[in-house]
Design a binder for this molecule. Structure first.
Ligand SMILES: [Zn+2]
Length: 329
């Protein structure tokens, strides 16, 4: 009897095991095949030192926690990008990316990588990017006593202002799909007194020197010259700062900003939406300035990038940067 019971147990156990083995391939057949990995599209396969980098990502399933990095062949991080969700029929399946290359980034073969979670699976996709070297002009600028003090003296208020404006540049508003390319120069074809990336050596009044690189384009225009919005956007800051004088920041696209400095007067109020070409301010000579001029800077991915990139007619933008109406606005 005991033996029979044991045999029965074995038969039951064997039947269960057989059922399980049969069930395994069936459940594997029922499972959804893995979706293809997300597609990462760079606007251009090459970028110069000081250029912005734009990309778009399209995924079959919603993505979460996306991180975008540009890395050299040796693996060092050249830049981090801002990643934001774009309008899509399935939310989370379409993303825009804005990054900036610094003017001294290592030139050579590089790689753009986007990683994160697609559904419940981690993913990483990468695309080759060639970083091209470029030359920047050099300039020596003597400073009077007032500008020497502005430039050289430590001042906690300057530090606080720098942190406050960095916090603005660090923001990403996914809804800020305003701009189209190319931009328009804010004071037309006015004479330029300094270029992007110019290497500057300052001669202090009373001796001493300092050096820096110029983060925008300077236009030599008289005080009171109308300043036009380089592209559509929202005025996210207007105020007086010690170094940059009366300053206006316009967000053109998520994480992409124009900064207009040394103004005599702001016209478009903070928070307002402006169109490309609108008169938003009057130029001036406020802050650290050796003469009346407009400083126009473009920031992408927290870094100043070459404003001329945005004036070039050959720029091929993505739809989200091309037509504001494509986002339903
Ligand atoms: Zn300047």
């Amino acid at each position: 009897m005991r033996i029979i019971f044991s045999l029965r147990s074995i038969i039951v156990a064997a039947s269960l095991a057989f059922a399980l083995v049969q069930a395994l391939p069936t459940s594997a057949q029922d499972a959804q095949p893995n979706p293809p990995p997300p597609t990462l599209i760079l606007q251009s396969a090459s970028a110069r030192q000081g250029d912005p980098v734009f990309a778009e990502c399209i995924a079959a399933e919603p993505i979460s926690d996306p991180v975008f990095e540009l890395r050299s062949q040796r693996g060092s991080i050249l830049a981090r990008g801002k990643v934001f969700a774009l309008p899509a029929s399935v939310p989370g399946t379409r993303w825009g990316i804005v990054a900036g290359l610094s003017w001294d980034v290592v030139a050579g073969p590089a790689e753009a990588e986007l990683r994160g979670q697609e559904g419940s699976r981690p993913f990483a996709v990468s695309v080759a990017l060639s970083v091209e070297a470029r030359q920047f002009a050099s300039d020596t600028i003597p400073l009077d006593a007032a500008n020497t003090a502005l430039h050289a003296l430590p001042d906690p208020k300057k530090v606080a202002e720098a942190l406050a404006i960095q916090a603005i540049y660090a923001r990403v508003d996914p809804a800020a799909l305003w701009a189209s390319l190319p931009f328009v120069a804010p004071v037309g074809d006015a004479r330029r007194s300094a270029g992007f990336g110019d290497k500057r050596r300052y001669l202090y009044a009373g001796g001493g020197t300092d050096s820096s690189q110029h983060s925008g384009i300077d236009f030599a225009v008289p005080v009171g010259t109308p300043v036009h919005a380089p592209a559509a956007g929202r005025v996210v800051f207007y105020g007086m700062r010690i170094v940059t004088g009366n300053t206006m920041v316009i967000e053109h696209a998520p994480g992409l900003y124009s900064v207009l400095m040394h103004l005599s007067q702001g016209i478009a109020p903070e928070g307002s939406l402006v169109k490309a070409g609108d008169v938003v301010a009057l130029s001036g000579v406020t802050g650290f300035a050796t003469g009346p001029h407009l400083h126009w800077e473009v920031r992408a991915g927290d870094l100043p990038v070459d404003p001329d990139f945005f004036l070039a007619p050959q720029v091929k933008p993505f739809p989200w940067l091309d037509t504001p109406t494509s986002a339903g606005r």
